[in-house]
Design a protein around this ligand. Structure first.
Ligand code: GAF
Length: 387
């Protein structure tokens, strides 16, 4: 927050209206299931994006951030022209997140054309699969919802964030990350039905069970606006159409034999990942509720194998991180997020965290990869006003 406040002071001579923040997330399990109307189990982490916002006397928005050299300024009335439905976005990519949120908010509610200055600073690693984008969207949406007095609830703000991501940034993602950023709770995950958007809080109890959630950031960055993510999404849509259902959420594990008969092999494997992953989310929620977090390791492992072999979104670095973590005593490990780079997570007994860090670092060096960044995260609160 201090960095955002300092940045704000360079942008505006007025006192700010307030400070808001939203977190990045780790997805514990349920990968690529969100845009298939399925289930996910993410939690918000203790890395946040801060937005310090002040009013202006005119009807313009000026935004600056630690990602950028220069502020970007636009008239509120021009927002529609910045994000045409069929054309190129007219602002730098980082600015499309906050300005896209402002644009989507004005379509979601009757917002006054009240000018604002926005300064954004973040400690959510970018491109690491921890959803730095939803953190920017969440912090901006929470701030403008208050400053413009729109009265939208958390789910409506998550939808606004997703619209910005899909239409302003151009990444065809689901809604998991925005929901996690808005609804996160300390020491808990959010069990989300991505069809109904009903969310349940599921206690994680990592600390009480002597566990840490270790993140191994491979430092191979990824972007969901490019190839692989979109292609996987299209495979899922093709699979659902062949099965005659609205979305793969409507296919059961028992239907997989029929799926294998009516589609070619690659589409079948994409379908099998989604169908089995949905079941793994349900099984993880059940295990957390009845047995606690020490019971979920095999489900995390199975999820990784499915993403590596069936959905084919893992990378050699992610596989190396997962194997090293398991070999050093993690109860279970998997890549998290959209894949093609980013981070792996490892559920690790507290006294094995250093061993996991050392093993991952050594395995990366042996394989000739750049050193990973290894750290623990704590399940934390969602978007909020901080001051
Ligand atoms: C990215 C997307 F933004 C999410 O919507 C989700 O699809 C995820 O990849 C994969 O589970 O984070």
């Amino acid at each position: 927050m201090d960095a955002a406040a300092a940045l704000f002071a360079t942008l505006s001579h007025r006192a700010p209206e307030g400070a808001w923040s939203a977190p990045g997330r780790v997805n514990l399990i349920g990968e690529h299931t969100d845009y298939n109307d399925g289930f996910v189990l993410p939690f918000a982490i203790d890395h946040r994006t801060h937005a310090v916002v002040g009013r202006r006397d005119d009807a313009r928005i000026r935004v600056t951030s630690t990602f950028a050299d220069e502020p970007v300024e636009v008239a509120i009335d021009e927002l529609d022209t910045l994000f045409p439905s069929d054309g190129d976005v007219a602002v730098p990519e980082w600015a499309a997140y906050p300005l896209g949120v402002a644009w989507a908010l004005r379509h979601a509610a009757t917002a006054p054309a009240l000018g604002v200055d926005i300064a954004i600073a973040s400690d959510v690693p970018v491109g690491a699969g921890l959803s730095s984008s939803a953190a920017i969207e969440g912090a901006t949406a929470a701030a403008l919802n208050d400053v413009w007095d729109l009265g939208l609830d958390s789910v409506a703000l998550a939808r606004v964030g997703r619209r910005a991501e899909n239409e302003a940034v151009g990444a065809p993602t689901g809604i998991m990350d925005q929901m996690a950023a808005m609804l996160g709770r300390a020491d808990a995950a959010i069990f989300l039905d991505c069809r109904s958007l009903q969310a349940q809080v599921v206690d994680l109890g990592f600390a009480g069970a002597g566990l840490d959630l270790v993140v191994i950031d491979t430092r191979v960055t990824h972007a969901h606006s490019t190839g692989g993510y979109r292609e996987r999404r299209e495979s899922c849509e093709r699979g659902a159409a062949l099965m005659g259902v609205r979305a793969l959420r409507d296919v059961d594990v028992a239907d997989l034999d029929r799926a294998r008969e009516i589609m070619e092999e690659v589409t079948f494997r994409r379908v099998r990942h989604i169908v089995t992953e949905n079941q793994r989310v349900l099984d993880t929620v059940q295990a957390l509720r009845t047995q606690g977090p020490t019971a979920i390791g095999p489900l995390l492992d199975a999820s990784h194998a499915s993403m590596r072999d069936d959905f084919e979104i893992s990378t050699p670095e992610l596989d190396t991180a997962v194997e090293a973590a398991r070999g050093a005593g993690a109860l279970g490990a998997r890549m998290t997020g959209g894949g093609f780079g980013g981070a792996a997570i490892a559920l690790t007994p507290h006294d094995r965290v250093d061993a996991v860090r050392d093993a991952a670092t050594r395995a990366f060096a042996d394989a000739g990869f750049s050193a990973p960044r290894v750290f623990t995260v704590i399940p934390s609160a969602g978007a909020r006003r901080d001051g």
